[in-house]
Design a protein around this ligand. Structure first.
Ligand code: NI
Length: 219
């Protein structure tokens, strides 16, 4: 399942992050790519040793984990990896899949939090391939795309301007994407029922089923 979280960060929070990122040092993105992804990865990443990096990562980490849609749709066990990257001057990240394991943690879901105003750069779409089609995403600054780590995807060349984004990987409590989707839809349906009719017998039954399925499927 692929979903977007609009306005995860406020305009003020985005502006503050961009101001800090513009001051910071970057390193070659190839340093964190696998041997095959290295061949198609051309970007820069915020230097992990930069003094403000840890605080910026923590800020995005906290706000993402707290978001109700992220909690319900991703069921995160943990966000185990988070970085900031920068594309300019024709940089791109060609077609690849993300590693299944990072620092010993499984990557079930990947996310991109777009930070630069989409009108300030040309190109830079994140393209995610499906079975027989592909979809390009270029979201507003502060909005996030969450997509399966198992998908083939790429970042189109940034022809002009600068594209900053925060990218991360999530290990879910529920490893099967189909199971995760069922839990998400049941949760969405019961919340809608609750909003319309309150805590009815039907709500209680769906909640019971939802919890029992979580017990079966959580790992
Ligand atoms: Ni990737």
């Amino acid at each position: 399942m692929l979903f977007t979280i609009p306005d995860l960060l406020s305009a003020e929070a985005v502006a503050d992050l961009i101001a800090q990122l513009e001051q910071a040092d970057t390193v070659d993105g190839k340093t964190t790519a696998g041997w095959h992804a290295k061949t198609v990865k051309q970007n820069q990443q915020l230097d992990p040793k930069h003094p403000a990096t840890a605080a910026m990562i923590d800020q995005v980490h906290q706000v993402t984990l707290k978001h109700p849609l992220f909690q319900s749709a991703a069921r995160p066990r943990r966000i185990h990896t988070l970085r900031f990257n920068r594309y300019s001057d024709g940089m791109a990240y060609g077609r690849h899949t993300d590693s299944a394991l990072m620092s010993g943690f499984r990557s079930d879901l990947s996310f991109t939090l777009f930070l630069s105003d989409p009108d300030s750069y040309e190109g830079g779409e994140l393209v995610v391939e499906g079975a027989d089609s592909e979809q390009a995403y270029k979201l507003q600054a502060g909005s996030m795309l969450v997509y399966p780590s198992s998908s083939l995807h790429r970042v189109e060349p940034v022809v002009s301007g600068v594209r900053w984004a925060a990218i991360g990987w999530v290990q879910s409590q529920v490893r099967d994407p189909a199971a995760r989707e069922i839990l998400f839809e049941l949760d969405t349906a019961r919340r809608s029922l609750f909003a319309q009719y309150g805590k009815t017998d039907e709500f209680d039954l769906i909640t019971k089923s939802l919890n029992n399925l979580v017990r079966r499927w959580v790992d």
